[in-house]
Write a protein that binds this ligand. Structure first.
Ligand code: PHE
Length: 346
């Protein structure tokens, strides 16, 4: 019986078969268990002769089961390892590489150029209150400029009873900075702004970079020099054509809008030189001016002691101009084909 059982176990094809044999021999109703039970009914003499045999049988079966189980498990592991074998010498699949979005790239470039001129980077929240976005900037509730901003308002007011909105420009960061820092101040504030507006040159979310300088004896000459120096560095050429147009912003006085000239048929390249009119166009890039005395006073600064200038640049337009792109909306479609066409995608 022992030889037969052990032979069966050694021949078991898989772990299920081993388990079935274990149950058949050592289980409650197993053949070896049945033999063990007969010991109780034996005379001491019988038990003395048969006991050791039956125990030896049980041990032999137990050992055979364990050995077969180990052998089968070892074989299974070997098979699994063989199936999962990696050939480290095979060439890897080319994975698409991510890259920096043109808008982020341009923001970084802007921050670097202004850092060289001693400007720090300031930030503010995209959810603002109407006091910082409008009132402190000399745009009272009844001012027509509020309507011009196509503002996204939140339904509820904040704890101080101020209307909450998505900031329509980065100018509230001017207010935050003047209220929290002593002059002299030299900051830029890049970030997202929101207006309910959408066509080829407007998207409901776009990017601006605000600039603010507050010091003693600051005048328009400083503003013009700063913008010219920045744009020459940004477009990497000295023959940038700038046009300053008198303009109006409630928070600056006087105010100027700044356009940069470019050639249309050459894929939106910046024009080098005046008086060249064919295919020539201007792109409105930024608003600027001397910080209005009322804004200084609203922010707790003495307008007789401090002057300053401020500007707000459309980052997306700057990126379009630099990289010769013509649809602002494409910036925010996340279309890798479009991005890679301009050298930004995978
Ligand atoms: N905040 C203005 C805008 O969004 C731009 C601006 C900033 C103008 C600073 C003057 C000074 O249109």
């Amino acid at each position: 019986m022992q030889a037969k059982l052990v032979a069966e176990i050694d021949a078991a094809a898989d772990l299920d078969a081993v388990e079935a044999l274990r149950v058949a021999a050592l289980g409650k109703a197993g053949s070896v268990s049945a033999l063990l039970k007969t010991l109780g009914g034996m005379t001491p003499d019988e038990r003395q002769t048969q006991g050791p045999q039956i125990h030896a049988l049980r041990e032999a079966v137990t050992n055979a089961l364990a050995a077969r189980k180990a052998a089968l498990e070892g074989a299974a592991l070997e098979a699994k390892l063989a199936a999962e074998r990696l050939d480290m010498t095979l060439p890897a699949d080319a994975a698409p590489k991510g890259s920096v979005h043109p808008v982020s790239q341009v923001m970084d470039e802007i921050a670097e150029i202004f850092a060289d001129m001693g400007f720090a980077v300031a930030t503010g929240p995209e959810i603002e209150d109407d006091w910082r976005n409008f009132t402190a900037l000399n745009i009272p509730e009844t001012h027509p400029a509020r309507a011009m901003h196509d503002t996204f308002y939140f339904p509820d007011k904040d704890a101080e009873g101020r209307a909450m909105l998505l900031r329509t420009h980065t100018s509230p960061v001017q207010v935050r900075t003047m209220m929290s820092k002593e002059p002299p101040i030299r900051i830029i504030a890049p970030g997202r702004v929101y207006r309910s507006d959408s066509d080829a040159t407007h998207t409901p979310m776009f990017h601006q970079v605000e600039g603010l300088v507050i010091d003693r004896d600051i005048h328009m000459g400083h503003l013009k020099w700063t913008l010219e120096t920045f744009l020459k560095a940004f477009f990497e050429r000295d023959d940038i054509v700038l046009r300053l147009r008198p303009s109006y912003f409630p928070f600056t006085e006087p105010s100027a809008e700044v356009d940069v000239g470019y050639r249309q048929e050459k894929g939106r390249r910046i024009v080098g030189g005046h008086g060249d009119d064919d295919g020539h166009a201007w792109m409105e890039l930024l608003g600027s001016g001397m910080v209005n005395r009322r804004v200084l006073a609203n922010c707790g600064l003495d307008p007789d002691a401090w002057q300053g200038f401020a500007f707000g640049i459309g980052i997306d337009r700057l990126a379009m101009l630099k990289y010769g792109m013509d649809d602002l909306r494409a910036f925010f479609d996340g279309d890798l084909r479009w991005l890679s066409h301009y050298g930004f995608g995978a």
